[in-house]
Design a protein around this ligand. Structure first.
Ligand code: 57M
Length: 358
């Protein structure tokens, strides 16, 4: 609203010119999202408790998790709802990257909502089948990828950290690559979301990094100074990143240990998909492997554990994903969480530093 309704009034009221600036709308989006998510979060938790819509906890997990049964989940409704609410005020909806990012986020939000609804509200513990989830995720990602390339929003070239210019032109294979990045990110965040605040921490640091990269990539002079690919109108994604950070901080107010609410698949799948498509739009998919390093390690730990068990009948970790391994080694849950946050902050800062190392 600020951009579309108030900025045009700057002809008569010069002060309204400020609504044009991405930096101003970024700050406002962060403020709105933080305040709105803290208020809505409390209302949501009270509602879910009254309805007794709580988490079902599997018996085969760490014993320390059994006491978590009944914790309200699907808190992702508050996170994503807050992001869209903040974007209503602060977004520039003429930006195709913004529309595509919100579209992918919404599609994964609906997928996660249906999955959680079946598991939590209908007590059907399986939810949507793994195949069905993957089909929905890939269909969304491939459609978004095809549209972005067909419309010339992004090119099909691959860029790497520390290297000036593209390393490869993937042609239409890039659409498949986009699918792997977006679906991989969504599922990696989903796997990471297994301890109080463990996922939302790296989501906040990743959104911050990608938001800064988007601002730089959308600014011709900065992009050429840093030798990063210029993508028109991409700077507007920093407003979404600020909304994610604000909604994430507000969610963490309740999800911090001991959690009063979990985000559910409705939150993890959609936020992971959002980070993935923003990494694609900012041409920083490989850099995102560093930024989202915690998500990568969590997913890799599962792949290695399953492969090892299937081939050698032996486990590499006490339990996968790797956060459970540290829990079973005797690390208290808060210590695992905060140490993973510290690593995420370091990875985010390092990724930003690499922009200058080309
Ligand atoms: C997503 N979900 C949490 C909560 C959250 C293939 C296999 C690795 C799959 C994996 C799995 O089931 N992943 C599903 C992780 C669950 O959290 C819910 O799910 C949402 C996220 N999608 O928002 O609603 C549990 O995590 C805990 N939790 C918190 N605080 C939070 O803020 O404590 C979540 C958020 C919650 C709560 O206890 O119930 C989850 O862990 O299921 N499977 C696993 O991760 C299992 N690992 C496993 O089986 N490893 C095997 C093989 C397959 C690799 C092995 O090591 O040999 C572990 N998870 C569970 N039980 N629940 C261990 C067994």
């Amino acid at each position: 609203m600020l951009y579309h309704f108030l900025y045009p009034l700057s002809q008569d009221i010069s002060g309204f010119n400020i609504f044009r600036y991405i930096t101003f709308r970024t700050f406002v989006a962060f403020l709105i999202a933080t305040i709105f998510s803290i208020i809505w979060g409390q209302i949501f938790i009270t509602f879910m408790k009254r309805k007794q819509f709580g988490q079902v906890v599997r018996e085969d997990g760490p014993q320390s998790h059994l006491k978590k049964a009944g914790t309200p989940t699907m808190g992702g409704i508050v996170i994503i709802g807050t992001i869209f609410f903040a974007m209503l005020f602060c977004a520039n909806f003429t930006s195709i990257p913004v529309l595509v990012t919100l579209g992918v986020t919404l599609s994964y939000f609906i997928l996660g909502f249906i999955d959680d609804y079946l598991k939590v509200l209908k007590k059907n513990s399986d939810g949507i089948s793994a195949k069905g989830k993957l089909l929905w995720q890939f269909a969304t990602a491939l459609l978004a990828g095809y549209f972005l390339i067909d419309q010339g929003i992004i090119d099909t070239k691959l860029y790497m950290p520390f290297v000036k210019g593209p390393v490869l032109d993937m042609g239409w294979f890039y659409v498949l690559f986009i699918g792997v990045v977006v679906v991989g990110s969504s599922n990696a965040v989903n796997l990471t979301d297994g301890l109080d605040g463990l996922a939302i921490g790296p989501i906040i640091t990743s959104a911050a990094s990608l938001g800064i990269i988007a601002y730089a990539a959308g600014h011709k002079e900065i992009a050429s100074y840093l030798f990063i690919p210029y993508v028109e109108n991409i700077g507007e994604l920093m407003v979404i990143s600020a909304a994610i950070i604000g909604a994430g901080v507000g969610f963490l107010w309740y999800n911090s240990y001991p959690a009063q609410v979990f985000m559910g698949d409705v939150g993890s799948l959609s936020l992971g998909g959002n980070l993935g498509i923003v990494a694609v739009l900012t041409k920083s998919e490989i850099l995102f492997v560093i930024i989202g390093g915690i998500f990568v390690v969590e997913a890799l730990s599962v792949i290695l554990q399953v492969a090892s068990y299937k081939t050698r009948k032996k486990r590499i970790f006490k339990m996968a994903p790797i956060h459970h391994h540290f829990e079973l080694k005797g690390w208290p849950e808060p210590k695992v969480i905060v140490r993973f946050w510290i690593i995420s902050i370091f990875l985010a800062m390092f990724a930003i530093a690499t922009l200058k190392m080309r």
